[in-house]
Design a binder for this molecule. Structure first.
Ligand SMILES: C[S@@+](CC[C@H](N)C(=O)[O-])C[C@H]1O[C@@H](n2cnc3c(N)ncnc32)[C@H](O)[C@@H]1O
Length: 281
């Protein structure tokens, strides 16, 4: 990410998915002593954690709570040298049972990145029609047993509301036993619900042009995806802006950059991360 964005003293950078501010901190270090960073995240807990991690760089950053599609409300267009998006869910979100993102911990079926929003995973699981539910599992989770699982969930919820992550994970395991598979049978359904609750694909689609508008000519956009649907949206955005007449962006790396062996050892959760880089014309 640092090699892609090439932060320098005096540069201005935006991290639209601040999370725990690991990338933001590295950008501030690499752009010392005067580089500036604007950080955004829709999760209030991430903003609080980032403010404390970035305290040693006080005066060189500002933070906003909101989606990256809204960044043009805060940042002047064509004014920054680099934008980074590290899509998806963060480790602090996954690891806190109360946030309801993980089938590995029991918690309420919540999954909201922004707790000001009303739609929760419980609401989706308990009120969405069977066919729509199956489509969510298929399109966002690439779950091959989407119809069977949706049918089972609807049958179950007619008896009693499904309220917790453990309840849902156990139901799925019963309907689609593991049979030696490495990943838990609920993995795809949980991913699909999370992406649906947070409208993640919709925000990537609206957010890419929004964040690209913040870049000055020669400024770079670096995007990390974890999901094939998001990767496709980034590729489509890059291809359409690069082929436009006149082109508004050019590919620095259309071919995906994957984590090194060393990074994988240090951070196993990076295993499915794909980095792509574009430059503003
Ligand atoms: C993978 S984490 C980022 C980790 C971060 N790069 C770091 O170094 O710690 C993704 C973060 O993006 C946030 N997020 C996801 N989609 C978002 C969106 N559309 N707008 C703003 N923030 C979003 C999540 O709340 C989460 O905190």
């Amino acid at each position: 990410m640092i090699a892609a964005l090439r932060p320098h003293d005096g540069g201005r950078y935006v991290d639209g998915t601040l999370g725990g501010a690991g990338h933001a901190e590295a950008i501030l270090q690499a752009s010392a002593p005067t580089g500036w960073l604007g950080g955004g995240d829709r999760d209030g807990a991430a903003i609080a954690a980032a403010a404390s991690r970035l305290a040693p760089f006080a005066g060189r950053w500002e933070l906003w709570r909101g989606t990256f599609a809204e960044l043009p409300q805060w940042i002047t267009s064509a004014s920054v040298d680099g934008v980074l998006l590290d899509l998806g869910v963060s480790s602090p979100q996954l690891d806190q049972p109360a946030r309801g993102f993980s089938f590995q911990h029991d918690g309420p079926l919540d999954m909201r990145m922004d707790d000001r929003q009303t739609l929760t995973a419980a609401e989706v699981v308990n009120t969405t029609g069977e066919e729509t539910l199956a489509n969510i599992f298929w399109e966002l989770g690439e779950e091959r047993q989407s119809r069977k699982l949706a049918r089972g969930i609807v049958r179950q919820r007619d008896r009693a509301r499904i309220e917790t992550t453990a309840q849902l994970a156990a139901m799925i395991e019963q309907m689609a036993p593991r049979r030696g598979q490495r990943i838990h049978p609920a993995t795809r359904v949980f991913q699909a619900l999370r992406m649906h609750v947070n409208d993640e694909a919709g925000l990537v689609q609206r957010g890419l042009p929004a964040v690209a508008s913040l870049l000055r000519p020669g400024g770079r956009l670096a995007v990390i995806t974890f999901h094939s649907l998001e990767a496709r949206l980034v590729k489509q955005f890059g291809d359409s802006t690069a082929k436009a007449e006149p082109a508004t962006m050019r590919w620095v790396n259309r071919k995906v950059i994957k984590p090194s062996e060393a990074e994988l050892t240090e951070n196993p959760r990076s295993r499915s991360a794909c980095l792509r880089v574009l430059e503003k014309c």
